[in-house]
Design a protein around this ligand. Structure first.
Ligand SMILES: Nc1ncnc2c1ncn2[C@@H]1O[C@H](COP(=O)(O)OP(=O)(O)OP(=O)(O)O)[C@@H](O)[C@H]1O
Ligand SMILES: [Mg+2]
Length: 154
């Protein structure tokens, strides 16, 4: 496992980190976004989705739990928010394993995945920093190890 830490002074920086991650994303990838309510998880997911699809109006999948997009290069992109997940049955019905096998998946509240969490994954934990900004603690597991060296500098 390899670790990186970044400071994100404002929401624009969170979107920009998303765009940098988007440049690395391909089928088979899972990105797990950890952090409390309001930490910036959806903002980061929006940065990834905007960069890959060009869409700017990206709703949080708060109630739908999963929202699917098609990137410009054809990659299927799933954005999940598991905060309101009610049961393991509901989790299996979402088909997330398929989502991160056949395409790429970005998952908020990934604690809810339990043992379903993939071994090959990029974990990003967002936490408050000072009065306004955020800190991003990034951990790369399995196939993600080494790939972050290609993260574009800001
Ligand atoms: N680096 C940052 N610095 C300051 N504010 C930020 C930063 N990143 C995001 N924000 C702001 O934090 C607020 C909450 O962001 P967001 O909705 O993405 O959080 P979340 O983690 O998805 O929350 P929830 O768990 O409720 O879904 C938004 O107003 C967003 O603009
Ligand atoms: Mg959110």
């Amino acid at each position: 496992m390899t670790r990186h830490t970044l400071t994100l002074p404002d929401a624009e920086a969170t979107l920009a980190l998303g765009a940098r991650i988007a440049a690395l994303l391909k089928a088979g990838d899972a990105v797990l976004l950890f952090g409390d309510l309001g930490a910036g998880k959806t903002t980061l997911a929006r940065g990834i989705i905007q960069a890959l699809t060009g869409e700017t109006d990206i709703a949080s999948p708060t109630y739908t739990l999963v929202q699917t997009y098609t990137a410009r290069d054809g990659l299927t992109l799933s954005h999940a928010d598991l905060y309101r997940l009610k049961s393991d049955d509901e989790l299996f019905e979402l088909g997330l394993e398929e989502a991160w096998t056949e395409g790429a998946a970005i998952i908020e509240w990934p604690e809810r995945l339990g043992t379903m969490a993939p071994e090959d994954r990029l974990e990003i934990e967002l936490a408050p920093l000072g009065d306004a900004g955020r800190i991003a603690n990034i951990a790369a597991f399995g196939r993600w190890e080494g790939r972050l060296d290609r993260l574009e500098p800001l």
